[in-house]
Design a protein around this ligand. Structure first.
Ligand code: PGA
Length: 249
């Protein structure tokens, strides 16, 4: 299984910052990666990013509306993101669950909207610090998987990102054992929901992945890629993370 190394720029980036993407795409055009790579800039930059990436780096988006079109001021549909050049959409990120009160059912509808538009969905799951401390992490992640991953998910249209909320942007990460255990647990839930198809859906880890810890985290057998926030904003860091991913296994 190829690892997927995905950058999530969140609400960062103006046109001038596309030089970072240009550096990444030049590096990959010169020496193609053996891993799958994705960069998800804010919606305003998708079409420019697509032009800058020149096919060397697939471009993704960070959220979409569940409907294809209509009277939803300020929202963007999966069809529009595809039209702008996106191949993938991150849905159900904890920042959407938290600041926009998105429910798992809404996230499942967004994932289905991605498929309708011919896009891949990266569906995020993960517990808060309080939930982990209360011994509730496994239950919360299972609930996120069963509620947010629609039937019909398969490796071609879906990846899961396990992102413990307390590890996002904090510099804190779970131990390798904790990451491995949660990935095993999520796999079990995926197979429970999807049957055999659930075995091939990639499970990424996200939360404070950086050039110093990437080798260790991406070296965990159960980790099939990473979703990277802060460290994806600079080409140098992102490329360093990409080159620390282990060779195909
Ligand atoms: P971080 O964010 O790498 O800045 O912790 C990861 C994410 O939220 O996807």
């Amino acid at each position: 299984m190829r690892q997927l190394i995905a950058g999530n720029w969140k609400m960062n980036g103006l046109g001038a910052d596309l030089v970072e993407l240009e550096t990444i795409s030049r590096a990959l055009a010169a020496k193609p990666s053996q891993h799958d790579v994705l960069v998800c800039p804010p919606a305003t930059l998708i079409s420019r990013a697509f032009a800058v990436a020149k096919g060397a780096v697939p471009i993704g988006a960070q959220d979409c509306h569940a409907q294809a079109k209509g009277a939803f001021t300020g929202d963007v549909s999966a069809e529009m993101l595809r039209d702008a050049g996106a191949s993938t959409v991150i849905v159900g990120h904890s920042e959407r669950r938290r600041y926009h009160h998105e429910t798992s059912a809404e996230i499942a509808a967004k994932a289905e909207a991605c498929w309708r538009a011919g896009l891949t969905a990266i569906i995020c799951v993960g517990e808060t610090e309080a939930e982990r401390e209360a011994g509730d992490a496994a239950r919360v992640c299972a609930q996120h998987v069963t509620g947010s991953v629609p039937r019909g998910a398969m490796s071609l249209n879906t990846a899961i990102a396990y992102e413990p909320v307390w590890a996002i942007g904090t510099g804190k990460t779970p131990t390798t054992k904790e990451i491995a255990e949660m990935h095993v647990h999520i796999r079990k839930e995926l197979v429970g929901c999807l049957g055999e198809a659930g075995r091939a859906v990639r499970i990424l880890y996200g939360g404070s992945v950086n050039p110093s810890n990437a080798k260790e985290i991406l070296g965990i057998r159960e980790v099939e890629g990473a979703l990277i926030g802060g460290a994806s904003l600079k080409a140098r860091d992102f490329l360093a993370i990409l080159s620390s991913a282990p060779a195909k296994r």
